[in-house]
Design a protein around this ligand. Structure first.
Ligand SMILES: Cc1cc2nc3c(=O)[nH]c(=O)nc-3n(C[C@H](O)[C@H](O)[C@H](O)COP(=O)(O)OP(=O)(O)OC[C@H]3O[C@@H](n4cnc5c(N)ncnc54)[C@H](O)[C@@H]3O)c2cc1C
Length: 493
């Protein structure tokens, strides 16, 4: 495949990270040629846009917001006028009531009632006086900052829904990464004062008019225009190495006509990976030492599925999305794609509603037939009082494995082992969300890929610290002041 004398850079995965690595490399060097291999039939990874009978939808709504100026620059460089600014409206549904989100004091007090509000406050003071000495897990971290009562109402059930495990089994670093330094007082002050200077509590956000996939389809075009390759239906099944030097990958190519897949070997000078670390480690030939494989097997993931329901009338609610904390329904979050961009729908007299379920590959939800999922989602929409199920006229179901890297008790140690071994390879880097097993949004997934591309060109960046330390250093580049937010406290991604 190396038809010219440019240095071949093999990129595993055509999601935001893989495509950004290819784009950045071509932007900075004419001596390198990226060869991207993507297992799926479309680009964009978890940030792709799927379509069904003309209805376009995300794998969970994807907002474009960032504190990283170079990422923002790339977004605008690529899509320019195709970005729209979307006013944000979202609420939390809990115990048959809708709470404004971000929280507004009067609305919250009316919903909770004065008696329960007092109990929340007392519980907060109690935990301020006698906090957990050591904050090892998510529950302890949150209770120390918000008190036990608020934790019980707004954190426990949703966190349980998202992760499928007891919040005590989730490491405190997840909370620290997502919630940062917010306290109950800051949250209440924001609610009273309407303070809104945080990146996450933005009242509006950017969005490509045809969904996030539009960004990645455009980047693919640009990479190909400059002579790079983006190969779809191309699953990397082996990463071949000679000692600490990676020599080639084996690619299984799936054909559109359904004929038997073919395999080929592709050599490269440099390699950038964005597939999940656990699978990557198993793809190496010869395999890494047993302790590295053992560490990889400790990494866990949370899967996700979305049932997009088309309704025979427009907008059953005005929100972009609603978080569903109530434990009596399985749905975790509900999108209204027309409120993201009207161009996501071919018919403005209909609605496209994304019912999001957090699940585990192989569990009851994941294994449900498409018809049963459609019936479940339609019924839950009706139970929540948002639309009658007889108004559902079409549905599309997408199952997304490995949507979330899990931060459990053993992941951190395992990751240290993997990092050390991967860093011993002299021409191989891993980037992105599952490629670093980090809860990264597109921006940090992209930033790690940009840095990897620059490393190939002779710079020296530590991609493993993106979204760990760098988020603090970034303050210099921040356009809006970065303050902690309650967004991810109450509602994960
Ligand atoms: C529900 C949800 C909502 C989100 N909302 C937002 C949001 O609002 N804003 C935001 O910025 N981010 C959001 N994110 C995060 C965002 O989706 C990720 O940060 C981003 O997609 C990560 O990019 P990536 O390239 O690292 O990984 P991925 O998107 O996972 O891409 C990896 C790619 O590699 C391919 N691949 C895997 N294995 C192989 C193989 N063996 N061979 C070849 N190809 C392979 C996959 O098919 C995939 O295309 C959200 C995520 C979820 C789950």
């Amino acid at each position: 495949m190396q038809q010219d004398n440019r240095s071949a850079v093999v990129v595993i995965g055509g999601g935001p990270a893989g495509l950004t690595a290819a784009y950045e490399l071509q932007k900075r060097s004419s001596r390198h040629r990226p060869l991207v291999f993507e297992a799926d039939k479309i680009v964009g990874g978890i940030a792709r846009t799927e379509s069904h009978n003309g209805y376009r939808f995300d794998i969970g709504g994807h907002r474009f917001f960032t504190k990283v100026s170079e990422v923002e620059d790339m977004w605008h460089e690529v899509l320019g006028g195709d970005f729209i600014t979307v006013p944000r409206l979202s609420r939390i549904y809990y115990r048959d009531k809708f709470y404004d989100y971000p929280l507004k004091l009067i609305n919250a007090l009316v919903n909770i009632g004065p008696y329960e509000s007092m109990r929340i406050l007392l519980s907060y003071f109690k935990w301020q006086v006698r906090p957990y000495r050591k904050e090892e897990n998510f529950e302890e971290w949150v209770i120390n900052r918000f008190g036990g009562r608020l934790y019980m109402h707004f954190f426990r059930s949703y966190t349980q829904k998202v992760w499928g495990i007891n919040p005590k089994e989730i490491r405190a670093d997840w909370a620290a990464q997502r919630i940062k330094n917010l306290s109950l007082f800051k949250a209440v002050w924001n609610a009273i004062s309407g303070a809104n200077d945080t990146a996450s509590l933005i009242e509006e956000f950017e969005y490509p008019r045809l969904g996030p996939g539009m960004m990645w389809e455009k980047v693919t075009e640009l990479v190909e225009e400059k002579g790079g390759e983006v190969n779809l239906r191309s699953e990397v099944v082996k990463v071949n190495r000679d000692g600490n030097h990676v020599t080639s990958i084996d690619v299984r190519q799936w054909h559109e006509d359904g004929s038997a897949p073919t395999e080929s070997r592709v050599e490269g000078d440099h390699f950038v990976n964005s597939m999940a670390l656990r699978e990557l480690i198993h793809a190496f030939d010869p395999p890494p030492p047993p302790e590295v494989i053992e560490a990889a097997d400790k990494l866990k993931y949370r899967d996700f599925l979305i049932v997009t329901l088309v309704l025979d009338h427009a907008d059953p609610f005005r929100d972009n999305w609603i978080y569903i904390h109530s434990p009596n329904v399985k749905v975790g979050r509900i999108q209204n794609f027309r409120a993201w961009s009207k161009e996501m729908l071919p018919d403005q007299n209909t609605a496209s509603i994304g019912m999001e379920y957090f699940c585990q590959k192989g569990d009851g939800l994941w294994n449900m037939s498409d018809e049963d999922l459609r019936a479940l989602a339609s019924q839950e929409l009706e139970t929540l009082g948002l639309a009658k199920k007889e108004h559902v006229i079409d549905a599309a179901i997408i199952r997304q494995p490995k949507a979330y890297p899990v931060y459990d008790g053993e992941y951190r140690e395992a990751l240290d082992v993997l990092e050390e071994w991967i860093l011993s390879l002299d021409n191989f880097q891993t980037v992105g969300r599952n490629g670093l097993h980090r809860y990264n949004n597109q921006d940090h997934s992209m930033l790690s890929a940009m840095l990897a591309a620059r490393n190939i060109l002779g710079e020296n960046h530590d991609v493993w610290t993106v979204n760990v330390e760098r988020s603090y250093h970034e303050e210099f580049e921040v356009k809006k002041p970065a303050k902690p937010s309650m967004k991810t406290a109450l509602a994960a991604e």
